[in-house]
Design a protein around this ligand. Structure first.
Ligand code: RAM
Length: 928
């Protein structure tokens, strides 16, 4: 929590004295650093700072230790929780005090106090002791507030417009209500959700900065509500609330133009809860007293865009004095409430702004703005037309070979904004309930100037903090990292989608599992995946089959594909590794088990060779299937993933203490691997599909007996060489290929793949101007033409799964899987690929890890940072002695221990802190 936030908290609590004190302390601290060697900061509750809609009965608390010293370990902590911030700081009225707990644990600690009720707000503080006999002062005060925990807390009623027909694509209803508040207000919170997506206003001011709320979940079972602190918008006297609702995921068009997936009628459910200074509560519910009308949003759709007629605006419609005599009454529906849950993951917010890079006229004579980045969001404009004139915006990811605006790959998605001017003066507009995947915007119906003063593109995505950065001395690799991050931004819009532009945009499970681990490096995705995995459990079929897409809006038969449904085991495991989040394993355990159970029941003699599988989707197919196609047998893949899911289930069972399951599934795993070897591997270790993916999966999932592994790795390398060091894997082999090569000592070949610039490779799209990851290795073919527009997205993250290897191997930041969440860190950089520099940073729950290396004339330097309360194992490559740390021989540095040589590497343990290592690299073939 920063200074401003604490001021806000204290101000709300009316703590002027404490405020003054802190203010002075701060001023003092600016003059002179605080004489505090140990502090506690970044207090988070369920991955959020001061959340106001918690529905976990025992929310988890984490904090970071701040210190300049090396070798700092927490030895004990004390948490105190109270219902009043001032009393808390005085140690009074504590509702849960842990006392001093002798434990190094500083993350994921369960609140263990009395059960908290709906709306209850509690404040908390922490202090810690360390191994240097230091104690921190009490941290600043943070809080969390509980959501509405009981069905009966909802006194509001669902309201709908009176339009009775199925109106997918119809106007967005606007609901409004005025109310008077006579007394002094202490706090006001809006609890709100919709069938559709909503935008709320109070007294003409937008509520919050979320977009597409309440997000996308398995609505029939789990519908999120959002909570906003609206205290500052509420007035004493006359007030008004207004809410507009768009089709969104609820009933908007989706895959195959399917509509009304969750229902035909849009609806609003909200309660504005006001607490007066005397403690009394008044609730303004959505109910039959509300009014409804249609306004300027004539239609809205994620795929097709928005039609906005400014002439139909209703100025001041969400203010108290607006006259609504002509507005309709609403229909009410008192039934559906059981599925309500608090919003848990990050909500979608507006992020980067892009000004036009170029404004061009294409050979076809169209006016196009190039924003320079393929992004997901929308265009905001400030344009002047004539009342009644229409301006249209179209959105495309690419220009074609001739330089013309290209939208064929959007299939039926229109991505079109239609705006009708209400006046002859400048008008400002941005869409509400739609988003576009685009880099280029074509404008029709406007001929005036276009520049950074009147058009801008905004990126919208789930509000995940950026946690990772990665860069090297190679610009193309840096652009690849940029493209991976933008692939993540564009496809993490409340759910992980395959693509954000064409008429698809679904939570394809295969893509999500492939990319998930990379995602954990780039951004804080703990809340994002935890939420989505709950939808996976909700939509998983009774027999354990996991649908192709989550939330599932496809036919129920479209489920249980190998490498896709395995997201059920892979994603929870990755979240566990990144955040030491045992709860996600607990939450998903039944689902994981059910998925493995499904495969078990569909196998004969432990062999899963039935069902429909996508296989190694979009592998290199050559120019035709006889020309070097890298086709891997789908059942071989299925068997490998069967083993992998079973292994992850065993891992989870072990962590959760389900020892019977550990035994049962270990036996099962043995049989799965045996069946794999007898069906797909010759006694000498040759696989029936001699492809990269085949060897990669067999090696990565430990399918082969030990004695066949080294030769299998050789076969993989020779296959890569047969393709002139090109990658030929699809979605399933790609995430692991470089890891397998590194594990078997061929990081050099992994670098060859990474650095390859010709098709198929990661850098081929980069060389072709990509600013995101493409769905196919050759979205734009070497001859400049496009791949089949039926499936050619230029913003698909799956191949971006190489990011994980870049962080973990190139820069070398890893977590020990036996002590995850980066509590025990492994720093093992792997120079190669002619790089002279690579660096990565990762903000973990403990703090920032850094690994940055350079090579200059044979001298290797490595700068690392190991956060407080963690330790690291450092593995330095190709070492010649001596290694120095800040000029001292490492053998003389007390924070460095257990130094040993393993081959050409040198390994040792370090305690927390920053280090600067230097040594001369071995010259291969030369005795050093
Ligand atoms: C297409 C997309 C998606 C993939 C499925 C199988 O819709 O390429 O990414 O997961 O096919």
């Amino acid at each position: 929590m920063n200074y401003i936030q604490i001021m806000g908290v204290l101000k709300k609590a009316g703590l002027s004295t404490v405020l003054l004190f802190l203010l002075q302390a701060k001023t003092f601290s600016q003059v002179q650093p605080l004489p505090v060697p140990l502090r506690v900061e970044n207090l988070i509750c369920e991955y959020k700072t001061n959340p106001i809609a918690v529905d976990a009965a025992n929310p988890r608390l984490s904090w970071k230790l701040i210190t300049q010293d090396r070798g700092v370990q927490q030895t004990s902590y004390e948490i105190r929780v109270g219902s009043n911030a001032v009393s808390l700081t005085k140690g009074k009225d504590i509702i849960w005090g842990t006392g001093r707990i002798y434990s190094p644990q500083s993350i994921q600690i369960y609140y263990g106090g009395p059960m908290l009720g709906s709306r209850q707000k509690v404040y908390w503080q922490v202090r810690v002791w360390n191994n240097k006999n230091q104690v921190s002062p009490w941290s600043m005060v943070n809080f969390w507030k509980m959501g509405l925990l009981k069905k009966t807390d909802w006194t509001a009623q669902w309201i709908q417009d009176t339009y009775l027909s199925d109106t997918t694509g119809g106007p967005a209803p606007m609901f409004r209500k005025t109310f008077k508040l006579d007394r002094k207000i202490r706090a006001a919170h809006l609890y709100i959700t919709a069938h559709g997506v909503f935008e709320a206003q109070i007294n003409g001011k937008r509520v919050g900065d979320d977009y597409f709320a309440p997000g996308w979940t398995s609505y029939n079972k789990r519908l999120q509500y959002n909570v906003y602190d609206v205290t500052s918008s509420i007035l004493k006297g006359l007030n008004a609330i207004g809410v507009t609702i768009g089709d969104g995921w609820y009933r908007g068009y989706t895959y195959n133009r399917k509509k009304n997936v969750y229902g035909k009628k849009l609806g609003l459910l909200c309660q504005l809860e006001v607490v007066y200074t005397n403690g009394q509560r008044e609730i303004i519910n959505s109910d039959k007293t509300w009014k409804v009308a249609y306004g300027p949003i004539r239609s809205s759709s994620f795929f097709d865009g928005e039609v906005y007629d400014a002439r139909k605006q209703k100025p001041g419609w969400a203010t108290g004095t607006y006259k609504d005599a002509t507005w309709d009454t609403v229909k009410t529906d008192t039934t559906i409430k059981a599925n309500l849950i608090a919003t848990s993951g990050p909500t979608v917010k507006k992020h980067e702004k892009f000004s036009p890079l170029k404004v061009l006229t294409t050979p076809a004579g169209e006016r196009v703005v190039d924003f320079g980045q393929n992004l997901v969001g929308w265009v905001q404009f400030k344009l002047q037309g004539k009342a009644g004139d229409t301006v249209r915006l179209y959105h495309a990811e690419v220009l074609d070979q001739k330089g013309n605006f290209y939208t064929k790959n959007l299939r039926t998605a229109k991505q079109e904004i239609t705006y009708v001017f209400k006046s002859d003066s400048v008008e400002t507009y941005e869409p509400h309930f739609t988003f576009q995947g685009f880099r280029f915007m074509k404008i029709v119906g406007y001929t005036g100037p276009l520049d950074s003063t009147n058009v801008a593109a905004y990126a919208l995505y789930s509000d995940m903090a950026q946690t990772g950065s990665f860069s090297t001395s190679n610009k193309l690799v840096n652009q690849l990292q940029h493209n991976i991050q933008w692939g993540q931004k564009g496809n993490f819009i409340d759910v992980p989608t395959d693509c954000p532009q064409r008429d698809e945009r679904m939570g394809w499970t295969g893509d999500a599992q492939a990319f998930c681990r990379t995602a954990t490096f780039n951004m804080d995705v703990a809340g994002f995946f935890t939420k989505w995995l709950k939808d996976l459990s909700a939509d998983q079929h009774k027999d354990g089959a996991v649908p192709y897409v989550i939330p599932n809006m496809l036919d129920s038969t479209l489920s249980a594909a190998s490498g896709w449904s395995d997201v059920a085991t892979i994603a929870p495991w990755n979240i566990y590794l990144a955040y030491n989040d045992k709860q996600v394993l607990q939450q998903q355990y039944n689902s994981m088990k059910a998925w493995v159970g499904y495969i078990q029941r569909h196998s004969r003699n432990y062999l899963w060779d039935t069902g429909n599988h996508f296989g190694d989707w979009l592998f290199y197919a050559g120019t035709n299937y006889e020309d070097g196609a890298a086709l891997t047998d789908k059942n071989l893949i299925a068997q490998a993933f069967y083993a992998h899911s079973t292994q992850l289930l065993i891992n989870a069972a072990r962590i959760l203490g389900h020892s019977d399951d550990v035994q049962t599934y270990t036996q099962l795993l043995y049989n799965i691997k045996k069946a794999f070897n007898s069906e797909y591997v010759t006694p000498n270790g040759r696989m029936i599909s001699g492809t990269q993916t085949s060897y990669v999966l067999a090696l990565n999932f430990d399918m082969l007996p030990e004695n066949l592994r080294a030769s299998a790795a050789k076969r993989l390398v020779s296959n890569i060489e047969d393709y002139d060091e090109h990658i030929t894997t699809g979605f399933l082999g790609t995430p692991y290929i470089c890891h397998v090569l590194s594990r078997f000592g061929r990081t050099d070949i992994a670098y060859d793949l990474l650095m390859k610039e010709s098709y198929p490779s990661w850098l081929y799209p980069v060389k072709n101007g990509a600013t995101t990851i493409w769905e196919r290795w050759d979205g734009i073919k070497p001859d400049g033409s496009f791949e089949d527009p039926e499936m050619n997205s230029f913003n698909h993250y799956a191949y971006g799964a190489i990011g994980d290897w870049m962080y973990r191997v190139v820069a070398g930041i890893n977590t020990d899987e036996d002590d995850p969440g980066f509590h025990k860190i492994i720093i093992a950089p792997h120079p190669g690929g002619k790089l002279t520099m690579a660096q990565a940073e990762l903000e973990t729950l403990y703090g920032k890890i850094k690994s940055a290396w350079t090579i200059d004339q044979g001298i290797f330097t490595l700068d690392i940072t190991v956060p407080p309360n963690t330790t690291a194992q450092v593995i330095l490559p190709s070492v010649t002695d001596p290694i120095t740390e800040n000029g001292l021989d490492i053998n003389t540095v007390k924070e460095i221990t257990d130094i040993k040589k393993v081959g050409n590497d040198e390994q040792f343990a370090v305690v927390s802190g920053s280090y600067h290592f230097v040594y001369t690299l071995r010259v291969p073939g030369k005795k050093n």
